[in-house]
Each structure stands twice: as structure tokens, then as C-alpha cells.
Design a protein around this ligand. Sequence first.
Ligand code: HEC
Length: 199
Amino acid sequence: MMRWLWNAGLALVLLILAVLTWALQRDPARPGYQFIPEMVYSVPYDAYAQNLNFSDGKTLRTPVEGTIPRGMLPLHYEKSDADAKRAGEELKNPFSPDSSQVADRGARLYRTFCQPCHGETGMGDGAVTKYGFPPPPAFVSPNIVAMKDGQMFHTITYGKGNMPSLASQIGRDDRWMIILSVRALQERAAKLAARPSGK
Ligand code: HEC
């Protein structure tokens, strides 16, 4: 008798729980109460949201044909020796070493980005060469002294041989300033070499 009563009671509880589970199930499409909803939904259109103000319904507009985004001037060169030479003829360094600000920045960036390989004075004896990296040529070698700024810009931008492209790490203006610091190292080396004692 007792047992029958227990089973009936448990069955009733199970039934109540099943009904409650079904009746109180959450609708995932219906969010709960939102406090300050402006924080969740931004006022401007999202880049990929539908936009009825345009006939194609897209928010993200394609740039007008033939336009160039600010600061994204294209460079029309390939990674080749011929194009490196052409860059030497066509590109001019927009900065002057007479500005101490330019010279300081160029020297600082040289220490960060070039010195590990090319060395403090540009002799091609940077720290990495002590650990097996093939040493780069010294900046005082005649072909680099004669090399135009534009060709050096091409080397930094596209890389050459074992030297990687540094374009993604160094902006264009900074590349030109670094080239001035390479020139300063070359002049310094030439002055030192011209001394009778060689010191
Ligand atoms: C990872 C090491 C490495 C870094 C960093 C590096 N270089 Fe070089 N660089 C080399 C090597 C190696 C060569 C020789 C490439 C060859 O001719 O095969 C070279 C060559 C050059 C040349 C001669 C290019 C030519 O056409 O003969 C110049 C100029 C030069 N580097 C300037 C720079 C400047 C400026 C920086 C810093 C912005 C820099 N390098 C950063 C390794 C490096």
C-alpha cells in the first residue's frame, strides 16, 4: 500500500516537472531585458549590414574607380635587379640630412632595424653574423657608395638576396630617413679611412 502511494506521488512530480519544462522553455530568439540597449546596438550602420539608402543594399562602398586611398600610394616596381636600378633613376629622397630631427630619427631607426645585420658602423658585422647569418656587404663597398637612394629604397622595400623586405615594418618616410643615416655612416667611414694613421 505504502509503495503504491510513493510511486503515484513520484509519477505526479515527474509529470509536473515535464509540464513545467515544456511551459517554461526559453526562446533563444527572445532576449531578456536589456539595460541601456544603445550600448549593444550602435547608431551607425555596421560595415556588412544591409543598407536601404543604396540601390545595391550594401553599407560598405567600393572606392570610386581610379582613386587612391590616402597614404597608400602604389609603387610600380617588381622585386628584380632591373626594377631596383629603375627605382634608383626615378625615386628621389624627399628628406634632407640637414634637419637634425630627420637625422636623429634615421639613426634611431637604423639601430633598430638594420644594425642587427649591418652592424653599428655599417661594416656588415652585426650581431646575427656571429651566429651563422651570412654577413651583408659593408656600406663602404664602392657599389653601395655609388648606389642611388632610390635603389636603396627598393632594397629595403622589396628585400634582396638574404635581406628580407622590411616594408611591412618601416613606413616609407622612415625608409628614406634611414637611407640618410646609411649615407652618414659611409661619410664617417670615408673620413676615417682618409686619415693617415687609418684610425
Ligand atoms: C636580416 C638581416 C638584414 C637586415 C635586418 C637588413 N639587411 Fe640589408 N642586407 C642584408 C644582406 C644579407 C644583404 C646582402 C644581400 C645580397 O646582395 O644578397 C643586404 C644588403 C643591403 C644593401 C645592399 C643592396 C644591394 O642592392 O646590393 C643595402 C643598401 C642594405 N642592405 C641596407 C639595409 C638597410 C638600410 C636596412 C635597415 C632598414 C637593412 N639593410 C636591414 C641583411 C640585412
